[in-house]
Each structure stands twice: as C-alpha cells, then as structure tokens.
Design a protein around this ligand. Structure first.
Ligand code: ADP
Ligand code: ASP
Ligand code: MG
Length: 408
C-alpha cells in the first residue's frame, strides 16, 4: 500500500472541533486505501504561549529547558488527535519525535534532522495503524530532546515522508496553497499552482511562512512532492495543483519571471566596522571573523552575510533567538562600538529563477520603492532573489508595492 504523510498546522488543530475535522479527513484518506502517517503541530498559539511563559520566568531562558517545554505543545495535539481518530473507529497510535526515530544534532531550539529511523512507525503501519507523530521535535545522539526551529513540523513531515518513501507529503494549513504574497498582506495575491523546489525554498527563506525552508530542502533532496493545501479542502484529486500548490521538480516557467514576494519583519542587522571610534578599556578589538566566531559561540544563525573592506553586515532572524539580551551583552562586552545591532529594518524579497540575469529587475524594484518614498537601506541578490532592506514600519507597503510592480 502506498504511504501518504499529512501535516496539520496549529490553526488546523486549534480546538476540539477542529481536531475532530482533522480526524475525519485522516479517516477519509485512510478509506482511499493509503497507509496514513499524520504529523501535528501544537494547538493554535500554544508554542507562543509556552515561550511567553518561559520569558516571564527568565529573559534569557536556557535552550535545553526551552526544548523540554516547547515539545509539550505537539505532544498534547498528537495524543488528542489519536484519541479523536479512535473515536471515529480508526486504529491510531501516537508517537513523540524521539519515538518515531527523528534523530537530530544537539543544537537546542533550532536542531537539524540528521537521520530518520522510522522502525516503530513502519511496524505500526504494517499492523494497519494510522500513525500520529508530534511535529517539530526530535532527539539528539546524546538522547537530549530537541526542537527543529519555528515552523519545524513541516520539516518533520517531509523528513518522515522521505524516510518512508511516501507517495507525497501534504502540508495542510489555513491557506489553500502558496500565494504570490502573504494573502493577509496582499489581498489580490494569487495561489500558485506549481512551484519548483528552488523557488519555494527561496520564498520560505525570505519569510513566506506557509512552508518551512528546511522542509523544502529535504523534499528536494529526496524528490518528494509537497502538496500545500487547505485543511478544509477536499483530498488531492488527479490534479492537486487545481486547488492547492504542488511543489516538485521542473515547474514550467519562463526564466526571469518573478513568482512571488515575501518579507521578514523580525530581523536584526548586525554590522561590524574595523577601527570604529569607540575605544574602551577592557574591550579588545577584533575583526569580522571574530564577530562570526562569537555568533557561533552564542549559537546565533545569520544569513545574507556580506564582508568587504573591513566591514561586515549580516541579517539575523529573531525567530529562533530566545536569548537576545544575553547575545547583545556578549557582543557589547567583546566589541563595544565596533558592532552595531539595528532592529528597525525589515527585508522584502522578490523571488524567481533567473531574475538577475540583467539588472533590470533590481532597477525596477528600486525605482518603485524610491518613487513611493520608501528608502532602501541595502540590497542583496542571489540567482533566485532580490532583497531590499527597508524601515520595518513600511514593510507591508513595500510588499504590496513590489507585488503590484512585478506580479501581473
Ligand atoms: P500552520 O500553522 O498551518 O503551519 P502557518 O501560520 O505556519 O500555518 O502558515 C500559514 C500562513 O502563512 C498563512 O496564514 C499566511 O498568512 C502565511 N503566508 C505567508 N506568506 C504566504 C504565501 N506566500 N502564501 C500563502 N500563505 C502565506
Ligand atoms: N509549533 C511549532 C511552531 O509554532 C512548530 C510548527 O507549528 O510547525 O513554530
Ligand atoms: Mg507553519
């Protein structure tokens, strides 16, 4: 029997009646003759609520203890969903990340999956069970409980789909696929029927929350098709791109087409300048590499690194940075005024294969922003993306503007 992996996000399991709807959808899938593995997120805002509890106890909560706390969220949903499926007559069994064989490195709070050993999942499928797995979590080689970073249930689902050789991995959410921009920000955004792995990964890394970037990376490696769909939508039919988004190899597209606009609001821009004016007693002066070493020591993951002429800038996502105060203090103690940290900027990106074959798109976007009075504090490009750093107060306007400019 072919295996289908389905992931249900937090909004899809936010309360008991929604859990029941998910259980019914799982039962309908089972009735089509598939083996079904279900990955669930924590109910509603549970993860945010747990994080805020930890923050009330400590401004810089310990990462290991955060993982112990945060994994509880998904554990609640897995058990409740399993109970709901059993109530409908299904034979379900729930497993934590550790029980289902998700092995990670030991980077607490944003661990990476390094191996999946789904023996127990396979055994239970062979017994005819529906297996319900707690998303977003795993266990390290040192047998420590870990979490995979915000949005990590998608990663659990795709990694499990790859390990089981699933037919496809369905990511079910409150939105019926990947849109040309966040439909909450751009009401005229359109659903995209088919996307390539590279386009989707770039959109996700630029802040499109609907799919997790690491999940897409795993899907690409294993060649697993992702179906992004609404939980309320019917099961995938013969053409799942008709009422959802299919992420797969070779999406048909004219090179140079912008497929979407994404933004990331909650970022820090860390800047280093050799020989800054502030020279203080006890502060040893360093170079850009020393800054990177310190960030690694503090387990801060940065992106869009740019080093030139004794200057360095880097964008750090705050999503998995729960001890910002401690990190800032460590930077201040080591580098003083050599390093500045700005929290007033946000990143807006347009994404598409080959969009930087000429400078036409960069110029077009920059002109549009300038004409609207939105100052670009920085521009970065890759073969798939153009990113402008703008004042975070105008980020949604910038997204709407670039969507109007590039997506017809
Ligand atoms: P879940 O809890 O199901 O994982 P998320 O909140 O993580 O759901 O992701 C779904 C949300 O992502 C949508 O409600 C939507 O507002 C947002 N989103 C951001 N960018 C996009 C996009 N390009 N297409 C669709 N949704 C997007
Ligand atoms: N519950 C986790 C989060 O809120 C994981 C997920 O939903 O994918 O980030
Ligand atoms: Mg999500």
């Amino acid at each position: 029997m072919s295996i289908v992996v389905q992931k249900y996000g937090g909004s899809s399991v936010a309360d008991v009646s929604k859990l029941r709807q998910v259980a019914a959808r799982v039962m309908r899938t089972r009735a089509t003759g598939h083996d079904v593995v279900v990955v669930v997120s924590a109910m509603g805002d549970t993860t945010d609520d747990l994080l805020s509890l930890a923050k009330q106890v400590s401004a810089n909560p310990d990462r290991r203890e955060l993982d112990m706390l945060l994994t509880a969220g998904e554990r609640i949903s897995m058990a409740l969903l399993s109970i709901a499926i059993r109530e409908l007559g299904g034979d379900a069994i729930s497993f934590t990340g550790s029980q289902s064989g998700i092995i990670t490195n030991d980077r607490h709070v944003d661990a990476r999956i390094i191996e999946v050993r789904p023996v127990r999942v396979q055994d239970e499928l062979a017994r005819g069970k529906i297996v319900v797995i707690a998303g977003y979590q795993g266990v390290s080689y040192r047998r420590e409980v870990t979490t995979l970073g915000r949005g990590g249930s998608d990663t659990t689902a795709v990694a499990m789909a790859a390990a089981l050789g699933a037919e496809y991995c369905e990511i079910c959410s409150d939105v019926d696929g990947v849109y040309t921009a966040d439909p909450r920000v751009v009401p005229e955004a359109r659903r995209i029927g088919t996307l390539s792995y590279e386009e989707t990964q770039e959109l996700a890394e630029s802040g499109a929350k609907v799919l997790n970037a690491q999940a897409v990376e795993f899907a690409k490696e294993a060649g697993i098709a992702i179906y992004a769909r609404a939980t309320a939508a019917p099961l995938p039919g013969p053409d799942p791109s008709a009422d959802g988004t299919v992420v797969r190899k070779h999406a048909p597209r004219v090179p140079g087409t912008v497929v979407g606009v994404a933004s990331e609001k909650d970022v820090l821009v860390v800047a280093f300048r050799a020989g800054s004016p502030v020279e203080r007693e006890g502060v040893s002066r360093g170079d850009a590499h020393a800054v990177l070493a310190l960030l690694d020591e503090q387990r801060v993951a940065g992106k869009q690194l740019h080093v030139a002429d004794g200057r360095m800038t880097m964008v750090v996502s705050r999503e998995n940075l729960h001890e910002e105060g401690r990190v800032r203090a460590a930077i201040e103690a080591r580098f003083g005024g050599q390093v500045t940290i700005a929290d007033t900027l946000a990143a807006v990106s347009v994404v598409g294969a080959g969009i930087n074959a000429s400078f036409q798109n960069v110029r077009r976007g920059s002109d549009a922003l300038a004409a609207a009075g939105i100052k670009a504090e920085g521009i970065a490009t890759s073969s798939f993306r153009i990113t402008w750093m703008v004042d975070s107060l105008c980020i949604d306007d910038a997204v709407r503007l670039l969507h109007r400019t590039f997506i017809r």
